[in-house]
Design a protein around this ligand. Structure first.
Ligand SMILES: CC(C)(COP(=O)(O)OP(=O)(O)OC[C@H]1O[C@@H](n2cnc3c(N)ncnc32)[C@H](O)[C@@H]1OP(=O)(O)O)[C@@H](O)C(=O)NCCC(=O)NCCS
Length: 175
């Protein structure tokens, strides 16, 4: 049943009080695809741990965790892991997922664009990611948004006893 909300959905960072629904979204996305790092319910995160993550995020003014919201329910997320040293802090690794009933309605694109806008304000100049070669939908999305292939990570993913390659992609942000 398609969700009734009007597009574009609002995009914002979840608060610590929203940790449980944010965790639920991760688990649901993990169950709905083989293309994320975790499957089913094996992601080692629970609401209590997520409260900690979101509390720390709330302490900095511009956390790089964003969700698209259908009312009070997050239906897509994007987050980044930034380099920690002075020589890598301009760079961030991106992860994104959309709840399956929302695929193909521009949420992935909207989230990545919002993430890039925010990243630039934080002095980030390079966004990188890895995408499983079979993940045509995600690959097309990244390519459409200007991400370029920079290499092949051979056998980097173990998927049901199969070694699967990932494409490493990058986008340099104009200062
Ligand atoms: C990959 C994913 C994030 C895309 O999100 P989405 O909201 O469905 O994507 P959008 O609706 O924003 O689509 C944007 C672009 O994706 C591509 N795309 C969308 N549907 C597609 C399809 N069925 N086949 C191929 N490409 C497709 C197109 O380039 C599209 O651009 P267009 O709308 O201008 O044609 C989402 O499908 C998802 O969460 N997949 C499972 C988790 C995952 O794979 N995450 C990425 C790990 S690297």
């Amino acid at each position: 049943m398609p969700a009734p909300s009007t597009l574009p959905l609002p995009i914002r960072t979840p608060s610590p009080e929203e940790a449980a629904v944010f965790v639920d979204l991760h688990h649901q996305c993990d169950r709905e695809t083989d293309f994320l790092l975790y499957s089913g319910d094996d992601r080692p995160i629970n609401a209590e741990m997520m409260v900690g993550v979101l509390t720390r995020a709330a302490e900095i003014s511009d956390p790089l965790i964003l969700c698209a919201w259908d009312g009070d329910t997050p239906v897509a997320y994007i987050s980044g892991m930034r380099g920690r040293s002075p020589k890598t802090c301009h760079s961030i690794v991106l992860g994104v997922a959309v709840r399956r009933d929302w695929w193909g309605r521009g949420l992935g694109r909207d989230l990545i664009q919002a993430f890039e806008t925010k990243a630039l304000t934080l002095g980030i100049r390079r966004i990188e990611l890895s995408v499983i070669v079979e993940n045509v939908r995600a690959h097309n999305l990244y390519q459409t948004l200007g991400y370029q292939k920079e290499g092949l990570r051979r056998g980097s993913i173990l998927l049901a006893d199969r070694l699967v390659d990932e494409v490493a992609m990058v986008k340099l942000l104009a200062a």
